[in-house]
Write a protein that binds this ligand. Sequence first.
Ligand code: EPU
Length: 420
Amino acid sequence: MSSKLIISGGLPLTGEIRASGAKNAVLPILAATLLSDTPMHVGNVPHLQDVTTTMELLGRMGVDLVVDERMNIEVDPRSIRELRAPYELVKTMRAAIVVLGPLLARYGRAEVSLPGGCAIGSRPVNLHINGLQAMGAHIDVEGGYIIARAERLHGARIVMDQVTVTGTENLMMAACLARGESVIENAAREPEVVDLAHCLICMGAKIEGAGTDTLHIDGVDSLTGCHYDVLPDRIETGTYLVAAAITGGRVRIKDTRPDLLEAVLLKLVEAGAEISTGDDWIELDMQGRRPTAVKVRTAPYPAFPTDMQAQFTALNAVAEGTGVITETIFENRFMHVHELQRMGSDIQVEGNTAVSRGVPRLRAAPLMATDLRASASLILAGLVADGDTSVDRIYHIDRGYECIEEKLAQLGARIRRVPS
Ligand code: EPU
């Protein structure tokens, strides 16, 4: 049943919550289990729709999955019989493309539906395909499917034209079981890519350079299962910090990693927040102040993440002064702006830039979520709007935020889920 969220704005958020495991790390890690000869245990798994979809995808391949009540997942790939990711699952979750490299490297064959574009841009996968071809794969595109075959992949030197997160992940996973050495240059340095590398190393892979732009991978003959805990979600953490900043509140996020959020914390300080951190927690105190508008430019890690852009657009909408947001990763990631305008914000989009003259208050309105991070920004705006904001199509938010209304309620927000 579809549902919507109703948010009654106006309360500063205060309190403490725990960060969940990272969506964008757990998805490739679950795909990496396909490389293993023995069962694998994945811990700190967030309860998300995208995780359910990935489990369904692996389950349909014949992989055996056992989930305990704490969301630890045991994956046994030995019963696999179908090397295919069907359109009806890939269309709901583009990240399913990350099964391509593992299936091909371990089983010599893969059929993966082309993901196609989505609300935030055209999102091609040409770099995934080119890289696998350089490693010896034969790839055809037929009937909307990528059909890939290889006897055994061989190592290759691959220079990525553009920094791509899942592209780097697919090629890194494939290279782990290829014959010989691979070098991936202009690799993505995102923490989720590093987490995947650590997981693969724990399975027996030989990878050097994770977290830099050059990966050296020495292919091995086989990988085996291990226990791996997924890293905390930096985007979820950042979203709750903005929720506190936008409402003038004070929150502490536990079980997170401040070192993965430097660019975001810097912008929050510029916006007027007081930030303190420990090894695994971040506290933000706005002391009731209205935020100051900031200038943000998205770029690959360690620069400011595109996945935090929509949340800062909401912050700028109610901040003091004029804010400028430049989106350099995806060509169409300003869908939330139209909805924020309906709440009385003054934002002009020109090309890839959104210029916002902050207004003191927003007005509640019925809103429609268009993608995951856009939905988050609408909820943030609802927290400071006068009246009751409803956000429809929240299946987008359930893809990537674990128990969002419970966590926000724990911080004192008035939010509830109702059938739509
Ligand atoms: N690109 C190409 N060709 C390719 C691959 C990418 O031109 O073969 C382009 C894309 O069109 C885009 C840029 O390269 O302009 C970067 O895209 P990237 O491949 O890095 O994105 P992704 O791997 O599909 C992941 C995250 C996204 C996040 C981006 C950027 C996962 C599962 N998804 O996507 O997360 O925005 O990296 O950091 O890791 C989200 O969580 O809301 C989300 C969209």
